[in-house]
Design a protein around this ligand. Structure first.
Ligand SMILES: NC(=O)c1ccc[n+]([C@@H]2O[C@H](COP(=O)([O-])OP(=O)(O)OC[C@H]3O[C@@H](n4cnc5c(N)ncnc54)[C@H](OP(=O)(O)O)[C@@H]3O)[C@@H](O)[C@H]2O)c1
Length: 244
């Protein structure tokens, strides 16, 4: 964690923190001493994440914004203000025959998973650079690194996010801002995707899917000063799936 001179906690913005991996990241970062901005759309689940953080003695507030709406993302960045850590986690996936993907869904995938992250980094990273410190962690996927049948568009959004992250590392790290991506394998989050996750779980070297906390621990490490010499990296957290 970065020390603040006026006893205020350092601030972390976590997109998509109302469920799954993002929720686990928000809880983790709050435990590590960050005031967490919990982002999502669902106000009830947002309030529940904030309540759990506060019950554990941490600080959090919720901001609602639709990542596929460019104006809403700009408003989110403005409401967040200066942040020390940005976790680009929020996003959607779609798997199915390529011929079945509606063009609107294709656009939503890229708007939510790629453009929103671009907007947030464009809005928030210059301030980090000016202050001389910051950590940006974006959530890629093993789908961005191996060909998964039915995952062409989703995988492309994740590969794009990682390509942008490398460029951001080149742009901002000379000013003290570290920029990394974490590429999870199958993680048990949304119940509606359990069958897909179970199938992919069987393709990993560890022969199982991950729990959200197994991903959030790595993200929290990258957010912290413990990873002070890591930037421009892609960390696979995929049970060995992309190693073979
Ligand atoms: N689960 C996996 O197996 C896996 C594997 C590799 C990578 N990932 C990546 O990890 C990240 C989190 O995935 P997850 O499985 O934890 O997902 P999840 O449980 O479905 O949660 C997704 C989060 O993103 C938010 N979100 C989605 N679309 C949004 C939009 N248009 N505007 C605002 N918020 C939006 C949701 O907020 P609301 O519901 O409040 O709108 C929710 O908080 C994603 O980027 C995903 O691609 C997941």
């Amino acid at each position: 964690m970065t020390e603040q001179s006026d006893n205020q906690l350092p601030v972390a913005l976590v997109t998509g923190a109302t469920s799954g991996i993002g929720r686990a990241v928000a809880l983790n970062l709050a435990r590590d001493g960050f005031a967490v901005i919990v982002h999502g759309r669902d106000t009830t689940r947002g309030a529940s994440t904030v309540a759990e953080i506060e019950a554990n003695g941490g600080q959090a507030r919720f901001i609602s914004a639709d990542l596929s709406d460019a104006e809403a993302v700009n408003a989110l960045a403005a409401q967040a203000g200066a942040v020390d850590v940005l976790v680009n986690n929020g996003g959607i996936s779609w798997f199915g025959p390529s011929a079945d993907l509606e063009i609107e869904t294709y656009d939503q995938l890229f708007d939510s998973n790629v453009r929103a992250a671009y907007q947030l980094v464009a809005a928030l990273a210059p301030g980090m650079a000016q202050r001389g410190h910051g950590s940006i962690v974006s959530i890629d996927s093993m789908a961005g690194h191996v060909g998964l049948a039915g995952g062409a568009a989703y995988g492309a959004t994740k590969a794009a996010l990682t390509a942008m992250s490398r460029a951001w590392a080149a742009e901002f790290s000379p000013s003290g801002v570290r920029v990394n991506t974490v590429a999870p394998g199958p993680v048990f989050t949304a119940e509606s995707k359990r069958d897909l996750i179970e199938n992919l779980a069987g393709t990993t070297l560890l022969n199982r899917g991950a729990q959200p906390e197994e991903i959030s621990e790595v993200i929290a490490f990258l957010a912290s000063d413990k990873s002070s010499y890591i930037t421009g990296a892609v960390i696979p957290v995929d049970g060995g799936r992309t190693a073979v």
